[in-house]
Design a protein around this ligand. Sequence first.
Ligand code: 13P
Ligand code: SF4
Length: 397
Amino acid sequence: MTTTDTGSSPAVFAEPTGTALSLLLLGQAADPRSERGVECPGDLPAPSDPDLVARALAAKEALGERVFILGHHYQRDEVVQFADVTGDSFKLARDAANRPDAEYIVFCGVHFMAESADILTADDQQVLLPDLAAGCSMADMATAEQVEQAWDVLEELGIAERVVPVSYMNSSADIKAFTGKHGGTICTSSNAERALTWAFEQGEQVLFLPDQHLGRNTAVRRLGLSLDDCVLYNPFKPMGGLTADQLRNAKMILWRGHCSVHGRFTKECVDEVRERIPGVNVLVHPECRYEVVESADYVGSTEYIIKTLDAAEPGSKWAVGTELNLVRRVANAHPDKEIVFLDKSVCYCSTMNRIDLPHLVWTLESLVAGKPVNRITVAPDTAALAQAALEQMLALP
Ligand code: 13P
Ligand code: SF4
């Protein structure tokens, strides 16, 4: 359980379609599945306020070492300029844990990242998420109730004892606690191979939550399992829509979750860009579908993607399959390389985009005024179990 200032709770909603989806991908509409309709309870500055940058600088300077600002690579430029560190989910979790002196951690990212930071920091440190509506639709695809029901199924079949849960960082604190309770580990896109290798040393089968693509891509491409070793567990169907034998014989039980941003990239996008830009290197995030990852040249976390592009030869050509803020920023930083977005249409993560400069200014100024807003607090019993799973990840060989 996590508490926030508004106490909003996750819900499962239908996929957006047609115009709604187009607006969402343009970053101009709300995603009701993970943006929970949270109104900002304070005096949010107007986006047109010409003093926003000066206000953010002044508040940050007034707070000094008391505040530490983390920025995920998908954040807007206007926010990233104020981050003390940027990184992928793994690096940011480690950075938060390694900053015991900061009274306030302002997390410019999404809800599950702020929860993880709260779990990994001391009780007297406060983690703030500038907009509580910054959720993650993938994380919302596995609720604690659904996962407990699935575990009951595995217990009834008599196989739970040999199943090790591995949960992607993109999951709620409740799912992380479930993972800790059953002796599993958390993983991120930069350590999923090590996490799965470890899990198969502890048990015979893995329940991978909630991103089917990261689970399948890692198991098949990195661990050498076959596609037939993987089954897809649909939480909306009895027994996940699988037979007892399918569940007993699978090495990987993949939860039916996905990222709607990375789901935009198709094999056709890869074929089209290769035809349009001869000699192009295709570089994608492992949340993309299996056939996309299979047809790419390089695959890795957001941090890996940035490092690969930073190190690329001048004049080299790249098509990148991940969120647009990241791709645009890295393309602007390297005008000597041709770096394009893999999809033809623009593709922001609408929930990451919720954190903008007005929300950051509001959060920092509230701290200066001694009235912190949007604190993310994970309940102690949940946090203790989730911490075990997160620490298992941080201790992976
Ligand atoms: P990284 O761990 O690679 O930063 O990915 C997080 C994420 O949400 C990607 O969609
Ligand atoms: Fe979640 Fe996808 Fe956004 Fe990452 S890009 S935070 S997985 S919705």
